[in-house]
Ligand binder design. Structure first.
Ligand code: C2E
Ligand code: MG
Ligand code: MG
Ligand code: MG
Length: 283
């Protein structure tokens, strides 16, 4: 297209690219500063059992609001930190904060934390992760790490090794955004993990799309056969929750059950909503 429009257009494009690169570099600098200044925060979204709607854990989600740039989505700054080579620094701060917050929750609740794909290619990740837990004092058996199919497929051997070390320490692994990556079911068979999170794309269409319902049904059946736990992501209303319950999906997460909230609000949420294991048995 640029050819037909002539040279002037090419100049405009290259100016746009230059501007884009400048913006990314500004963002990078602001993010690096925010990490040092301890301004990147972590919020928590409840994960519930769909059998009785009780809270079983929380997913940690990174949050960053810059004074000049405003709110920046983790879907933007996490990939940027990966590209520019400081995802470790970012992730370590986030995990430390998340683990510290989880210390104040009832012990039977798990903390689910997202690992980026770059971290699954770095052999240091297992050691780093366990060192942070050890320093904070959080039992590795309370941690779940969310990884994506893409990360598993890119460098399967390294990923498998990292995951093996973490699982040996009691950390569980869940496959995030399931159904959206370039899945190879064969690879999934060889890869050891504990839980599958069904991507929001299927859940959000469940009410008016039979195909999505069939796909979820198949994933639930597959997980049952493979002895994997299953979570539906992005449940936004009561009818979606009902449908997922009817399909036998074990766990759910989404705005219907709770939006991501900061550590203090999460404690308030627990005070209002949490029923202990003993309380559940009594009721
Ligand atoms: P994800 O791990 O799949 O997280 C779920 C995303 O869906 C979150 O977006 C969450 O706020 C959003 N969500 C939850 N329930 C609902 C719902 O009912 N409706 C809708 N429309 N959305 C819902 P968020 O917080 O913007 O995070 C986006 C992505 O950024 C995450 O996707 C994850 O891949 C990445 N991310 C976030 N925090 C971290 C982190 O600490 N480390 C790494 N490596 N990645 C992170
Ligand atoms: Mg996730
Ligand atoms: Mg997800
Ligand atoms: Mg996602």
């Amino acid at each position: 297209r640029s050819k037909r429009r002539g040279r002037g257009q090419i100049t405009v494009y290259s100016q746009e690219i230059a501007l884009e690169m400048k913006r990314a570099t500004q963002l990078e600098q602001a993010l690096r500063n925010a990490i040092i200044a301890n301004e990147v925060d972590v919020h928590f979204q409840p994960i519930v059992s769909l059998r009785d709607d009780t809270v079983v854990g929380f997913e940690a989600l990174a949050r960053w609001c810059d004074a000049d740039l405003g709110y920046v989505s983790p879907a933007v700054f996490v990939p940027l930190a990966e590209e520019r080579g400081f995802i470790d620094a970012l992730s370590d701060t986030l995990l430390r904060k998340a683990a510290e917050a989880a210390l104040s929750w009832p012990k039977e609740l798990f903390l689910s934390f997202n690992l980026s794909s770059a971290q699954l290619m770095d052999p240091k990740t297992a050691f780093n992760t366990l060192a942070i837990l050890n320093r904070v004092g959080l039992d590795p058996r309370r941690l779940e790490l969310e990884i994506t199919e893409t990360a598993v497929m890119t460098d399967a051997d390294t990923a498998q090794k990292i995951v093996g070390e973490l699982r040996a320490a009691g950390v569980r692994i869940s496959l995030d955004d399931f159904g959206t990556g370039q899945s190879s079911l064969g690879r999934l068979r060889d890869f050891t993990f504990d839980k599958v999170k069904i991507d929001r794309a299927f859940v959000s269409r469940i009410s008016n799309d039979k195909a999505s319902e069939h796909i979820i049904k198949a994933i639930v059946a597959m997980c049952e056969g493979l002895d994997l736990a299953v979570v539906a992501e992005g449940i936004e209303d009561f009818s979606e929750a009902l449908k997922l319950k009817a399909l036998g999906c074990g766990m759910g997460q989404g705005y219907f059950y709770g939006k991501p909230a900061d550590a203090v609000a999460t404690l308030r949420f627990l005070a209002d909503r949490y029923i202990s294991v003993e309380g559940r048995a009594a009721s």
